[in-house]
Design a protein. Structure first.
Length: 133
């Protein structure tokens, strides 16, 4: 149990709220919890979790048009971020295989009501930071 806790990715002090840009609502928290759970569980399942220094899902204050079945949707955009680092002062994005990204995108979009698009942040630190806010 101690190893499981000590090898866990860093988590921001404000929790998931810092990963919801814009107004925070109970529905957005639910959506993000589900997306983050799927992302982290798939990293663990695919033996990628310990190759990554920090990974998370974020919910952007942008809605996009999509198509689910025969209907148009207007839902949120989910951003995924996974970085490698030695100390958090500099970081590079993790280079996932295309098949993993396709799989995780499909799992999120097909299983979470409220998200119809997934993007992956490939910005290094610097110039960006690890978290969005």
């Amino acid at each position: 149990m101690i190893k499981k806790i000590s090898n866990k990715h860093p988590f921001p002090g404000p929790g998931l709220a810092i990963r919801i840009l814009g107004n925070i609502t109970p529905d957005k928290v639910r959506i993000l919890q589900e997306a983050d759970y799927i992302f982290i569980e798939q990293l663990i399942k695919n033996n990628l979790y310990h190759q990554i220094w920090q990974a998370y899902a974020a919910l952007l204050p942008v809605k996009t048009v999509g198509v689910m079945g025969d209907n148009r949707t207007y839902e949120y955009l989910c951003l995924l971020r996974a970085i490698t680092s030695e100390d958090g002062m500099t970081a590079d994005f993790y280079d996932f295989k295309k098949s993993f990204m396709e799989s995780i995108s499909n799992k999120i979009v097909n299983n979470i009501r409220g998200i119809n698009r997934v993007v992956y942040d490939i910005t290094s630190k610097p110039p960006s930071t690890i978290e969005l806010e």
